[in-house]
Design a protein around this ligand. Sequence first.
Ligand SMILES: Cc1cc2nc3c(=O)[nH]c(=O)nc-3n(C[C@H](O)[C@H](O)[C@H](O)COP(=O)(O)OP(=O)(O)OC[C@H]3O[C@@H](n4cnc5c(N)ncnc54)[C@H](O)[C@@H]3O)c2cc1C
Length: 458
Amino acid sequence: MNETQSKIPNPKSKMPFDVLIIGGGFAGLAAGVALAEAGKRVCVLEQKPHLGGRARSFRDPTTGSIVDNGQHLFMGCYHSTIKFLKTIGTLDSLHFQPRLAVPFLDRDGRLTRLDCPDLPSPWHLLLGVLRSGSFSFKQKLEVLRLGKDLRTAGQQSRPTAGESVTAWLSRRGQSEGLQRNFWDLLCIAAMNEDPRIASALLFERVLRLALFSSPADSRLGIARVGLSECYTAAATAYIEARGGRVQTGRSVKQLLIAEGVCRGVDLGSGEIIESVPVISAVPWQQLAVILPGELLRTEPFFAGVMALRPAPIISINLWFDAPITNLELVGLRGTTVQWLFDKSRILGASDHYVSLVLSGAHEHVSKSKEELLAIALREVGEMLPAVHKAKLLHSLIIKERFATFSPSPEAESMRPPASTPIRGLFLAGDWTATGLPATIEGAVQSGYAAARDILQCG
Ligand SMILES: Cc1cc2nc3c(=O)[nH]c(=O)nc-3n(C[C@H](O)[C@H](O)[C@H](O)COP(=O)(O)OP(=O)(O)OC[C@H]3O[C@@H](n4cnc5c(N)ncnc54)[C@H](O)[C@@H]3O)c2cc1C
């Protein structure tokens, strides 16, 4: 192994903890909770003044509303996330639909629904599609054909490693119209990437897990509180009740690695924490900053850290003086913005606050906030005439440029597992090799994987 010899200064503090975790998002906190549950005292260091990373909420200073950094959806198939929230006692902050039900609005304002009946899989989905006004008769047959492909999993029908979602769907007889109005919306929502770029293998896996496993797994879940409230304080309390510490405002400057062993972290300003093992639960681009540079250049294991690319998400939050819809969430077809969430309804608040989501937003992220606001108001106004009667009181646009990694076919081979060739260094984060796109479930699974690997080492 080629490796870096980064200098380890004399330790200033020896950690009275068993495991050091860098990063207080879903991955770091899930790892901390799993280790605490197994009797380990963990220390979580988070650079920001708050926990939650890319899944967090805050109070909007103008309206006082609780705003997420971007609307997050959960699914019934998020088994590890459900386990994590159950462990820390906050599962009831999520509301799961009884069955998968998604309304769609077309650009001309036509409302259709995908309502899946209470039947065993895959009949729930297939009957839902057959009954839906969202598809023409021909498109229904196309969906049924793909459903059959997914169930029988013949070699020919499976995506190939280098295939994009669009290439695979076209090869499996899915027409352009059906792709545009249905599969593309699902792909962008689940993978945060344009289907012409996204990996078909990963998308097929998502379809199997989310739509073709069980009706309970297909249900959408939504937080009834701000995202941070779902897990950050409860995970902290769980870890600290078991002898651990969760510290915010503590930024790791560099991992201390010498002779193939990670011995702790340098916090800059002369502060060193000596600890083995260490879990890095930071995003890949931040791992690139804290890994010794030479290791990044010479150790093939870390090649992916340099090669992954980001995919942005834009959230457009709007406050009106009157309601503009009676739908809690709705998929928007044929528009730039893809989903609308009635946050007041979701959070049980009395303001008239909606949040619009624009995922896979490469083309739009450099647009000005004024341009994005104008697009959103025009498009939503075309579909929901109530927008013209209501007065816009306030808007807040959040651009998450590094929302997720871009799940291209190439990216899949670059995602590293939890255990690294550096003794004492483990990786977690939604971008590691979870077999899932960058999601909360992937983040939690990655945290669990790192915890499991540490516990197995003894
Ligand atoms: C707008 C948006 C919408 C999304 N929608 C969905 C959705 O609907 N459903 C879904 O499942 N997923 C969704 N996701 C993805 C989901 O938010 C992420 O997959 C998940 O939050 C990643 O968690 P993580 O712990 O891996 O990383 P992060 O949340 O990024 O946590 C990493 C933490 O490490 C900290 N850190 C970094 N460097 C250092 C350092 N040097 N020292 C100390 N701390 C450091 C960071 O500050 C951060 O808090 C969405 C993401 C965004 C941005």
